[in-house]
Design a protein around this ligand. Structure first.
Ligand code: SF4
Length: 346
C-alpha cells in the first residue's frame, strides 16, 4: 500500500470512531477510571484494585489551561497519562476533538500522537544524553514526517528560538545545560510536533523559583502564539493560579472541586480545597495566615474510606458523610463540588 493510501485509510478509520462533539471543548473526559490490579485470586483474576483515577469528568475549552492540584498520590499524574493513553483507561470516555481515543486502534492513535504531547517534571531523564539537542528536537518531527528533511534544521532552529534557546545550542548535548534550559529543550521537543494539547506534568517543580517564573511565562507566551490547550499538573497552588483558567482539585483519585481559577481562589467550597489554599504563603508579613491543618495521613487508594473519601480528615464531617458519597454538583457558573455541606437535590 502506498503512503497516500495508508494515510487515507487511517483518516477514514479515525472518522469512523468520531462521535458528535456538541460543546466547544477540545477535550471531554467522561467518568474516567484507571484502576491498577494489586491482588489476584488463584486463577489470576484481580480481586483488589488501586483506584488511581475514580470516575473523573470534566471538559477543557480550546486555548485554555486546566490546573490539576492535590497532594502527591491523589492521582493527578495518572489522570494526565491516562488522557494521553500512556496508560489504558479502565472505563470511561476521553473525547479529543470529538474522537474517542480509547476506541482508536494503535495506528490511528499513533497518527494522533503529535497533537497530544506531554512535558515531564524531570527534564534530564527525558533527554537522551547521547544526542545533540538539535537532533533530539528534530527526531520525532522526522519520524512523523511533519517537515521535509531538507527543511528540518531551519524548522528546529525556529522552534528553539521560540523557546528561548540560541541557535548555537543546536550541536550541544543535554549535560551542558542547566535545569531551566533543559526544560526549555523538553518544551521545544514537545512543541516541534505542532501539538494542540499538552499535559504539563509538574514541569517546574524541580526548578529554582526564579527559573520557574521564566518557564511559566514561556508556556503562557507559547500558548497565546500557538493556540495551545494545557492540562497543568502541580502541587504548587501559586504556580497553578498564575497559569490556569480553570482548576480541578483531586483527592484520592476523585475530583472534589472544579471551577474557574477566580471562583476557586476567592470562594473555595470544599473543606479539602479550603485546607489546601490556607497553606499558600501570603507575600505580606503583616497578614496572619489561618492555616487549616489536616489531621492524619492521606488514606490508601486501595482501601478508600466509604461515603465521602475525605471524611476521615474533614473537620466538618457529618454522619451522612461516612456512608453516602456526595454528588459532584454544579453550584453555579460551572463551579462544581462534591460535599454534603451543600444541597444534594437535583
Ligand atoms: Fe467533609 Fe462531609 Fe463535605 Fe466530605 S462531604 S468534605 S466529610 S463535610
Amino acid at each position: 500500500m502506498s503512503n497516500i493510501e495508508e494515510t487515507k485509510v487511517t483518516e477514514e478509520l479515525v472518522e469512523e470512531t468520531q462521535t458528535e462533539n456538541t460543546s466547544d471543548a477540545i477535550l471531554v473526559v467522561k467518568n474516567l477510571k484507571k484502576y491498577f490490579p494489586v491482588e489476584t485470586d488463584f486463577f489470576g483474576r484481580p480481586t483488589k484494585y488501586l483506584k488511581a483515577v475514580d470516575d473523573v469528568s470534566f471538559e477543557i475549552k480550546e486555548g485554555t489551561t486546566l490546573g490539576i492540584v492535590g497532594e502527591s498520590g491523589c492521582g493527578k499524574t495518572t489522570l494526565g497519562r491516562t488522557i494521553l493513553r500512556l496508560h489504558p483507561a479502565t472505563e470511561g470516555e476521553i473525547l479529543f476533538e470529538g474522537k474517542d481515543i480509547n476506541a482508536l486502534k494503535t495506528k490511528e492513535m499513533n497518527a494522533l500522537r503529535p497533537s497530544m504531547q506531554i512535558i515531564f517534571q524531570d527534564p534530564y531523564s527525558s533527554l537522551s544524553p547521547r544526542m545533540p539537542i538539535g537532533e533530539i528536537i528534530g527526531e520525532a518531527v522526522l519520524e512523523h514526517k511533519l517537515v521535509d528533511k531538507k527543511d528540518l534544521k531551519a524548522y528546529v532552529l525556529d522552534i528553539m528560538k521560540k523557546c528561548g534557546l540560541p541557535y548555537h545550542y543546536y550541536e550541544r548535548y543535554p549535560h551542558e545545560f542547566s535545569g531551566g534550559q533543559r526544560q526549555r529543550i523538553c518544551i521545544a521537543t514537545a512543541l516541534a510536533l505542532k501539538p494542540k494539547f499538552v499535559v504539563c506534568d509538574e514541569p517546574v517543580s524541580a526548578l529554582d523559583v526564579s527559573i520557574q517564573a521564566q518557564i511559566i511565562n514561556l508556556l503562557r507566551d507559547l500558548q497565546k502564539e500557538m493556540g495551545l490547550t494545557y492540562i497543568f499538573i502541580s502541587h504548587d497552588l501559586s504556580v497553578v493560579e498564575h497559569i490556569s483558567d480553570y482548576i480541578g482539585v483531586m483527592y484520592l483519585g476523585s475530583m472534589v472541586e472544579y471551577g474557574s481559577t477566580q471562583d476557586i481562589f476567592e470562594n473555595p467550597m470544599h473543606p479539602y480545597t479550603e485546607a489546601l489554599f490556607s497553606a499558600v504563603p501570603v507575600p505580606d508579613p503583616n497578614v496572619k495566615m489561618n492555616r487549616i491543618i489536616l489531621s492524619g495521613d492521606i488514606p490508601s487508594p486501595i482501601n478508600a474510606p466509604s461515603g465521602c473519601k475525605f471524611h476521615t480528615r474533614c473537620g466538618k464531617c457529618m454522619e451522612i458523610c461516612k456512608t453516602v458519597a456526595p454528588k459532584f454538583k454544579d453550584y453555579g457558573n460551572g463551579h462544581k463540588v462534591a460535599c454534603h455541606l451543600y444541597s444534594q437535590e437535583d
